[in-house]
Write a protein that binds this ligand. Structure first.
Ligand code: R5P
Length: 294
């Protein structure tokens, strides 16, 4: 097995390679003056099971193209198998038709990767895992929530309240709660499909005087966390934290979240941001070690 260090996740790829004790292949990449992408694998991969590590946060489209190019280059160089590790998988939220005339974007992304030569995919906390069934090759999502919860237990926050901003994220809050050992609950969230505006509403639970941590898979514009934090304040939470796997933090999201009374935003290195305080390397290297020995 060899690990290809995709340009979008070279640092994470290095850490994974070191922990899993797998040989690395670096990648030369550039963008041509007209905006087209170029990549070249800088090592031999013939007869190898090649694992390409490349996240696809913004700029999503060029990172996806780079990923497809790396997979195709590996196959051209006679790799035996190509597995892609995509910590943040772009377009996973468009996993069904919400409005007439739309595309199921994640299905198109999966077909494109398949055509490029991808044989298997591993991602982290995919928005809706049932979309993986649409992939034409084996694909799985692994969870970084235990790593995030452990970050808080190491800070001494055992028994903190784990809050999901909506029912769909309750499995995430439950997963965190099993490590934190406190209670868990969820709010209600509605998003306007045309404007993207979110409206978060209250549910009944007791957070008065407690530390509450809002857990979500993604923080994008921050609207969801701001709405949830306002409700936690109204309910008398003593301290509020926001934890997510993919801290996209678009525009002034970080400022808006902190202004809403959140003490700290904690994310992983699936996406590079100031909130990337927890590394996915132990989680992914464990997965690759199992693949190696399996
Ligand atoms: C969607 O349901 C996700 O789980 C997140 O809650 C959402 O992507 C967060 O988006 P934003 O930060 O823009 O509210």
């Amino acid at each position: 097995m060899k690990i290809v260090l995709g340009p979008a996740s070279a640092e994470l790829g290095e850490k994974i390679a070191q922990l899993a004790d797998i040989e690395k292949v670096s990648v030369a990449s550039k963008t041509f003056p007209d905006g087209e992408s170029y990549i070249r694998l800088e090592g031999a991969v013939q007869d190898e099971h090649v694992v390409i590590v490349q996240t696809t946060s913004s700029p999503q489209d060029s990172r996806l193209i780079q990923l497809a190019f790396m997979a195709a280059a590996a196959k051209r160089s006679k790799a035996r198998k190509v597995t892609v590790v995509v910590p943040y998988l772009a377009y996973a939220r468009q996993d069904k038709i919400f409005l007439e005339g739309e595309n199921i974007s994640i299905e198109t992304v999966a077909s494109m990767l398949h055509a490029a030569g991808v044989d298997a995919l591993i991602t982290v906390n995919m928005h809706a895992e049932n979309a993986l069934a649409r992939f034409p090759f084996p694909a799985k999502s692994i969870s970084a929530i235990p790593l995030l919860a452990e970050y808080f237990t190491q800070k001494g926050f055992k028994k903190a309240f784990a809050l999901a901003p909506d029912k769909g994220a309750m499995h995430i809050a439950d997963e965190a709660q099993r490590i934190l050992g406190g209670e868990a609950g969820h709010l209600e969230k509605k998003r306007d499909r045309y404007t993207g505006q979110v409206n978060v509403t209250k549910k009944d639970f007791n957070v008065k005087g407690k530390t509450a941590i809002i857990f979500d898979d993604i923080i994008s514009t921050g609207g969801t966390i701001v709405g949830a934090a306002k409700i936690l304040k109204e309910l008398g939470a003593a301290k509020i934290y926001a934890a997510c796997v993919h801290a996209l933090l678009i525009g002034d999201a970080e400022k808006r979240i902190l202004d809403a009374g959140v003490e700290e935003i904690i994310g992983t290195d699936s996406v590079f941001s100031l909130a990337s305080k927890v590394t996915l390397a132990p989680l992914i290297s464990k997965e690759l070690k199992a693949l190696k020995s399996g």
